[in-house]
Design a protein around this ligand. Sequence first.
Ligand SMILES: C[S@@+](CC[C@H](N)C(=O)[O-])C[C@H]1O[C@@H](n2cnc3c(N)ncnc32)[C@H](O)[C@@H]1O
Length: 318
Amino acid sequence: MLREVLDVLSPAAGSLQVDGTVGGGGHAVELARHTGSTGHLVAMDRDPEMLERARQRLIEELEGTDRPKMTFAAQTYEELPAVLREQAEDRRADGVLLDLGVNSLQLDDPGRGFSFTREGPLDARFDRTAPGPTAADLLNTAPEKEIERWLREYGDERHARRIARAIGRRRAETPLRTTTELADLVRRCYPPAHRHGRTAPATRTFQALRIATNDELGTAARGVRACLEALAPGGVLAVLTFHSGEDRIVKRLFRDASTPPEDPDNPYSVRSEVEPDFELAVRKPLACSPAEAERNPRARSARLRAIRRRKEAPGDER
Ligand SMILES: C[S@@+](CC[C@H](N)C(=O)[O-])C[C@H]1O[C@@H](n2cnc3c(N)ncnc32)[C@H](O)[C@@H]1O
């Protein structure tokens, strides 16, 4: 949804643009072209391997052009305010993009454990240098009820209970270690007639596991707040989600930020006369075009929401 993202962010020459989830760098290259030599691009990714790839791509593709100053931070977008403080002279952002979820380069690397088409370790951490638990750690230690909840809430998995129980039985004998072991276990939990549908049975389980391993919903809630704080007056935050739970979080936070606060002096809690600091930049979430859905199946579930800090918004004492 590159065109839609550029439309809502409308990155001007000289502006400070942030790609908080730079991934393969596709969006970031375009943001950099628009901001030009007087602008500044801050590129972040929690996955240091992806950040390095994006850095190389940006440098190569923008060589010989009027490219902006570029700053790279292998951190989560929750840390954007601190990154701007330390690496952008405390300037606030004119545009922030969050394109949530996993990248096809990560999915295609069996060593990362995000997918099950080839054998690999059950890792699924965005940042393999972090001490946090891997997907295997969670599967082999979390209570069965908790695993069932992840499968249901993060994977919309209809057979959540059956799969969680099968994991419990299996780990009582030997711990689960590889992606294909888990995929086989999940397949056996499906009725035979449903084992060979268009979507492989393990797809939902792997999505759920990735979201749990990286606390993606908690990160989204904290991170969207941090990005709102980091916006300059007139600045826009655009968020692309691919999962309904994530989209609900963004929707709620954007609604709260763009609604007048309740009047503390009014016992009936009528909305105060105070204007909120933010306004929605798109009323209804944008979806991808039918042509893009055809080309890129992942884009089918994409939702783009955007919010703007009003120009005259207070709270700009920095
Ligand atoms: C869908 S991809 C982004 C694709 C990118 N827009 C492009 O044009 O190639 C999502 C990226 O977000 C990164 N990511 C996930 N959680 C993150 C977080 N909390 N902070 C920063 N990056 C994160 C992932 O490592 C992945 O590279």
